[in-house]
Design a binder for this molecule. Structure first.
Ligand code: FCB
Length: 460
């Protein structure tokens, strides 16, 4: 492939992307190209084979999701996982990051193990391996068992033991076949959006509860790293963080932006990778700190998982327990259809910042674009805006690699359109379009584009 050329890839299922590939010459020869998903967003079958309810089932039942959507069916991946692995075979991705649904394997979060739930991931993992795709298993992508939330969830220190036992079950069951383990996906996002913002539907009224949860989750991460390492020979362990520039919305919002940077970007990776909380957070954490906690949190990890979509524009907000909220975005910045700034240079800067701060090999484990795609009259989904986004961001990653960041893989979010949390099914991030009424999978133009890129990159 000639890097940076503008020649489209004409192979594929009839879709002909006309947008060329970005430069990738600075990426390693053994670079891993992947796709990511998560359990609640795709599996469906929420009441099947003994699965227990998660907090996201509850939010759906309470009507807290856009359009009153629920995860009950989602992409029906629980039944269609072989078809989805077929899509991956076609895409040519070397690795697939998925998450295990805690309430599927431990319906009450602890105690009685659900064998049919465990067996589902056996089937999934075996089929991935048979297809030559490396499974990357994330222990927690936000679907906390409701039974544990009823007991205080992440706000009680008991959760460290609950999570450790769950991690042990998963590591022992799958560790013969799975070697890549992530503890948590985006702990800052589920704590900030779950507990942090005063205006959120699920927010707490106390910042103390938020800081307690942050510390407990960090402890649970450290415990899980130890457990996976002790039980899985040849494992490679890390955590996945959403790290992005927090920019002041107006010149008066500088302090709020710094507070956001602390809570969003550093509250988890700093103690986990550097063994210390950011200075401005230490007093708030102090009441929850016990002897040796920092040593238990800061267990050696093998890599840093980075999710990045766009910077955030921050404003001061005294009504929020964290003291900040989201402000106006400057008018001159282009936005994705779902309103997120498109700023690939800031991805390059983030990669360099994270590489320097934590000095770990980096895997980009999520990046992608949210839109409102629809098939055209011929049945094709021509998501050229997504291709342009991916081209810009992958090019920016190449620029970071050429400036010295040790980047080892890139996983697109996501293989399929899926349940996008509070937005339900209204926003689509997939390389594959899901026609929800029929569950038909339609690879979008971006699927063919990414497929061509992977092929070209791997044949370098
Ligand atoms: C990330 C989440 C992922 C998905 C993308 C769009 O924050 O980890 O589940 O919702 O955003």
């Amino acid at each position: 492939m000639s890097s940076g050329d503008d020649v489209g890839n004409s192979e594929g299922s009839g879709q002909t992307p006309t947008i060329g590939y970005p430069p990738i010459a600075a990426l390693r020869r053994d670079f891993i190209w992947g796709v990511s998903t998560s359990s609640f967003q795709i599996e469906g079958a929420t009441r099947e084979d003994g699965r227990g309810p998660s907090v996201w089932d509850t939010y759906g039942q309470k009507g807290l999701i856009a359009n009153h959507d629920t995860g009950d069916v989602a992409c029906d991946h629980y039944h269609r996982y072989l078809e989805d692995i077929g899509l991956m075979r076609r895409l040519g991705n070397q690795a697939y990051r998925f998450s295990v649904a805690w309430p599927r394997v431990l319906p009450g979060g602890r105690g009685k193990v659900n064998e049919p739930g465990l067996a589902f991931y056996d089937r999934l993992i075996d089929a991935l391996l048979a297809a030559g795709i490396e499974p990357w298993l994330c222990l927690y992508h936000w679907d906390l068992p409701q039974a544990l939330d009823d007991l205080g969830g992440w706000t009680t220190r008991d959760c460290v033991g609950w999570f450790a036992n769950y991690a042990a079950l998963v590591a022992e069951r799958y560790g013969d076949r799975v070697k890549r383990f992530a503890t948590f996906n985006e702990p800052s996002i589920f704590t900030l959006f779950g507990l942090g913002f005063g205006y959120g539907k699920r927010a707490t009224s106390s910042s103390d509860v938020l800081y307690r949860a942050i510390h407990n989750i960090n402890l649970a991460h450290g415990a899980a790293v130890e457990i996976v390492r002790a039980r899985v020979t040849g494992c490679s362990v890390g955590a996945i963080h959403n790290f992005q520039p927090c920019l002041p919305s107006t010149p008066a919002d500088g302090q709020a932006a710094e507070r956001c940077d602390t809570c969003w970007n550093k509250a988890f990776p700093d103690p986990q990778c550097l063994g210390t909380y950011p200075k401005s957070m230490q007093a708030a954490i102090e009441p929850h700190m016990q002897t040796n906690d920092l040593a238990s949190i800061c267990r050696p990890v093998d890599w840093f998982g980075l999710n990045h979509y766009s910077p955030v524009f921050v404003k001061a907000d005294a009504s929020s327990v964290v003291g900040f909220g989201f402000g106006e975005k400057p008018a001159e910045i282009s936005l994705t259809p779902n309103g997120w700034p498109i700023m690939p240079d800031s991805f390059r800067d983030t990669l360099l910042r994270v590489a320097k701060r934590y000095a770990l090999p980096l895997y980009v484990l999520e990046n992608g674009m949210g839109g409102y795609d629809q098939p055209d009259e011929t049945g094709m989904v021509s998501d050229n805006d997504r291709i342009a986004y991916l081209r810009g961001y992958i090019g920016a990653m190449n620029a970071a690699a050429s400036a010295g960041a040790d980047i080892r893989g890139y996983f697109a979010w996501s293989l399929l359109d899926n349940f996008e949390w509070d937005s339900g099914y209204s926003v689509r991030f997939g390389l594959t379009y899901i026609d929800y009424p029929t569950q038909r999978r339609i690879p979008k133009a971006s699927f063919e584009w990414y497929r061509g890129l992977i092929k070209a990159a791997r044949s370098r």
